[in-house]
Design a protein around this ligand. Structure first.
Ligand SMILES: [Zn+2]
Ligand SMILES: [Zn+2]
Length: 356
């Protein structure tokens, strides 16, 4: 069965329509004149998310509440999540109850063993490193797929090559947030442990979302993602990782989709006016159709798991509805600063009205 909160994709509305934009995939366009503050969309379907390791005690694992850096009172230390209330813990258990012992608990044990309690890894990209090309990316995942055939659990007897390959994969240190990110995706692709026949809601979503052709800031980052995939396949007994032949392709797709559709998890602006906290990110498939503009006509706010979007000013019929990918900081930034950030973080050159 498909989860009840699974969205219809692409989403529809009497107020706007999704249609192709030249050179930029799809965009959202107003079907009529929209007065300032018109509510446009709200969505709480978030099949995949990561809370960064250093925030796991401070950010609720279900509703993403952040109480100014205070540790939350309810903690599931076996799975490595904290919760703001029993309601959130119960909701998380409902979503993960059947699979937490096959996903989050083994992963948490593995990460603790590898990284100790405070995993402080420096992940500064090498300055001369460049983004790998689409061909280099598909070659790396192809090679990963060949390796997976060697190390996949259940291949007996493990030959000498397999033992060598397993050893090489295990000894590489991968950032715990990369492991959690891929685990979260495969968890959702496996149907969250429910007897869900493919496609799961996340898998359906992936078909509709744009994919980045340059999802990795460096060759090193690409290599770490493929190794993370192999480590998880050796560690977790998830159908999407262990029995599907296209599991490597799925990891590839998850990263490409996340690179251009993820929403950052931050505290409300009122709580963090300098925008200094960034505690993870999530994929809200229904909210992924808005393009970026440096003078957006759509405002957005996250309340718990729900993202809400509304007209930030009057919008003409036929106008494209855009949000800002710069988290509200675009107002103060120069053209060069905006172009630089969008290029580094999202991999595109902005040609919005303000930039042109
Ligand atoms: Zn909560
Ligand atoms: Zn712009």
């Amino acid at each position: 069965p498909v989860a009840e909160d699974a969205p219809q994709l692409p989403p529809t509305s009497p107020l706007w329509v999704i249609k192709p934009v030249s050179g930029a995939g799809n965009g959202v366009f107003a079907l009529q004149h929209l007065p300032d503050s018109t509510a446009l969309l709200s969505t709480s379907f978030v099949p995949m998310y990561t809370i960064n390791r250093e925030y796991r005690r401070e950010v609720c694992g279900y509703c993403f509440l952040y109480d100014d850096g205070k540790n939350l009172r309810i903690r599931n230390s076996l799975a490595g999540f904290s919760f703001c209330s029993l309601t959130c813990q119960n909701a998380w258990n409902l979503e993960n109850g059947l699979t937490r012992t096959v996903v989050w608990e083994p992963l948490e044990t593995y990460i603790k063993k590898r990284h100790g309690k405070s995993a402080e890894l420096d992940e500064l990209p090498n300055a001369d490193d460049r983004r790998p090309s689409p061909l280099e990316i598909s070659n790396a995942w192809e090679e990963c797929s060949t390796k997976l055939a060697l190390v996949r659990p259940g291949i007996f007897p493990p030959c000498k090559d397999a033992r060598g390959a397993r050893h090489a994969i295990s000894k590489t240190t991968v950032h715990p947030d990369t492991l959690s990110f891929l685990a979260s995706g495969h968890h959702a692709l496996s149907g969250n442990g429910l007897t869900s026949f493919p496609p799961t809601p996340l898998e359906t979503s992936l078909r509709h979302l744009a994919q980045s052709q340059a999802a990795y800031p460096s060759a090193h980052d690409l290599a770490l993602h493929t190794i993370a995939h192999l480590q998880l396949a050796m560690l977790l007994n998830l159908s999407s990782l262990t029995t599907r032949n296209d599991s490597t392709q799925l990891s590839h797709t998850l990263t490409a989709v996340a690179a251009c559709n993820a929403f950052g998890l931050r505290p409300p602006v009122a709580q963090d006016p300098d925008r200094s906290e960034y505690f993870g990110w999530g994929l809200w498939p229904e909210a992924s159709f808005f393009n970026h503009s440096c003078e957006p006509n759509v405002a957005k706010e996250r309340v718990g798991r729900e993202w809400r979007f509304w007209a930030a000013r009057e919008v003409r019929q036929g106008e494209e509805l855009c949000i800002s990918y710069l988290g509200g900081e675009e107002g103060e930034m120069t053209r060069e600063e905006r172009q630089g950030r969008l290029k580094v973080e999202w991999g595109f050159e902005c040609c919005c009205a303000r930039c042109e």
